[in-house]
Design a protein around this ligand. Structure first.
Ligand code: ATP
Ligand code: MG
Length: 431
């Protein structure tokens, strides 16, 4: 008989019903992986909070126009990737593809700056209808921060310092690429030159980029197609068209990065996949992730708050893709999730064992109570869960006010008086 690997059975038939599978690009994060996720999230939380960022939680669903007005009508995200649909009251809503626009909406709606809140972080799922592949999912998670109200390069430097700190704490080998994409004053002159340069090569560009030539030529620099990349490789540099203000800002950020010993290279082709950026932008890239090499990205967006109806407020932020961070970060898996297992074996020992389990939990131990089955199967479970301690309680133990305490790591077992259990577990059993 041919052996069929369960992995390749996409839809299994069971009692005549198709077993429902998750959607393509949507992943379950199972208990043997969540520990790694928690580890990464705790490190990021620690770092964000040490830089005085506060957590914000915004809705997953927003009005569709929030993203077309901020991310930009001509971006891949808005053109192709958004989960947009009409809800039951006939309004277009979108599963958020990114967090910045949502945080800006909340900032304006709740007058957060007046309330003394100006630096935010979030660890949250995002949704984009992309082709699922390594490092690219339809539901993925951003570890993101947004800082409002400061145009000083120290904020940009702080954003980079947080990135460097995350990379250091997770021991990841990456490179940092930065660029200056100018502002509304200086960018139009570059856009004009870029359009003129690309006009002569229009027929060599992909269909999307041919359209972008009219609507938003800068987007062409972000095209992932090799044929377009070949053409843009020799395009004029945006850095040559920068105004003094943008150039000074960029120089200052570079000076601070050097002072902080953060290595970087300037890549004048980085424009980011979203329209709202101004001045400083960056990407943190790994060579170990295949085609999806960008782990973290962000920059300044000085006009977005005003564009979404708020008062002019400079801002800067970034988001790291948690799935890509998780893939890069080498975590020593520890599948131990209980310290002790309590097993009642006598006729009338369950209530006592159950209450003792509660006492141990209150002392901070992770404890599982096994309420049924044989001693043999309970011990098998304790081994599988890598518990150090097993507490076996039979009729005899109840009579003697003791517990048979077994150390599974050292393979020793002793009877211990009930009142001594906690201190013995803390100190260890004598052999
Ligand atoms: P890419 O060029 O890889 O499409 P992007 O420019 O669309 O990235 P951003 O919108 O800046 O990405 O999001 C920041 C980070 O979020 C990316 O650098 C990446 O790590 C992660 N990310 C973006 N899209 C996805 C996705 N579909 N699946 C997993 N991670 C993603
Ligand atoms: Mg993308």
């Amino acid at each position: 008989m041919t052996k069929i690997d369960a992995k390749y059975i996409f839809v299994t038939l069971k009692r005549g019903f198709a077993v429902i599978q998750s959607l393509p690009g949507f992943k379950d994060i199972l208990p043997n992986e969540t520990r790694k996720w928690q580890f990464v999230e705790n490190i990021c939380r620690d770092i964000f909070e040490s830089f005085a960022y506060q957590e914000i939680r915004v809705p997953i669903l927003e009005k569709a126009q929030l993203f077309s007005r901020s991310v930009g009508n001509d971006t891949d995200i808005v053109q192709k990737e958004m989960y947009t649909f009409k809800d039951k009251s006939d309004q277009f809503v979108t599963l958020r593809p990114e967090g910045t626009a949502c945080v800006v909406r909340a900032l304006i709606q709740h007058h957060l700056i007046h309330e003394g809140m100006h630096k935010f972080y979030y660890i949250a799922p995002m949704f984009r209808y992309e082709r699922p592949q390594r490092g690219r999912f339809r539901e993925f998670h951003h570890l993101g921060v947004e800082a409002f109200g400061e145009s000083s390069p120290y904020v940009d430097a702080e954003i980079m310092e947080m990135n460097a700190e995350i990379l250091k704490r997770l021991n990841m080998d990456v490179r940092v690429e930065i660029n200056n994409i100018g502002c509304r004053k200086c960018r139009p002159s570059y856009t004009k030159v870029l359009r003129e340069y690309l006009m002569g090569k229009k027929e060599l560009l992909c269909e999307d980029c041919q359209r972008r030539l009219d609507t938003n030529p800068l987007r062409i620099l972000d095209c992932k197609k090799e044929s377009c990349k070949k053409i843009t490789a020799f395009a004029p540099s945006i850095l040559d068209y920068s105004c003094d203000e943008c150039r000074n800002h960029f120089n200052e950020v570079q000076r601070l990065l050097t002072k902080m010993n953060i290595d970087f290279v300037v890549n004048e082709k980085i424009v980011r996949g979203l329209d709202y950026y101004t001045k400083f932008v960056f990407e943190v890239i790994s060579d170990k992730l295949g085609a999806q090499g960008t782990v973290s990205a962000g920059g300044r967006y000085n006009d977005l708050v005003e564009d979404l109806g708020g008062s002019p407020t400079p801002a800067c932020g970034f988001a790291a893709g948690e799935e890509r961070v998780i893939e890069l970060f080498d975590y020593k898996e520890d599948d131990k999730f209980v310290d002790a297992v309590v097993i009642p074996v006598g006729k009338d020992t369950s209530d006592f064992s159950f209450l003792l389990t509660g006492d141990l939990r209150k002392e901070g131990f992770k404890v599982e109570f096994i309420s049924s089955g044989s001693l043999k199967s309970a011990l098998r479970k304790a081994n599988k869960w890598k518990a150090k301690w097993v507490l076996i309680i039979g009729d005899e133990e109840i009579k003697e006010n003791t517990v048979s305490l077994r150390d599974l790591e050292k393979s020793v077992q002793k009877k211990v008086r009930v009142e001594d259990i906690i201190s013995v577990i803390r100190q260890g059993l004598d052999e």
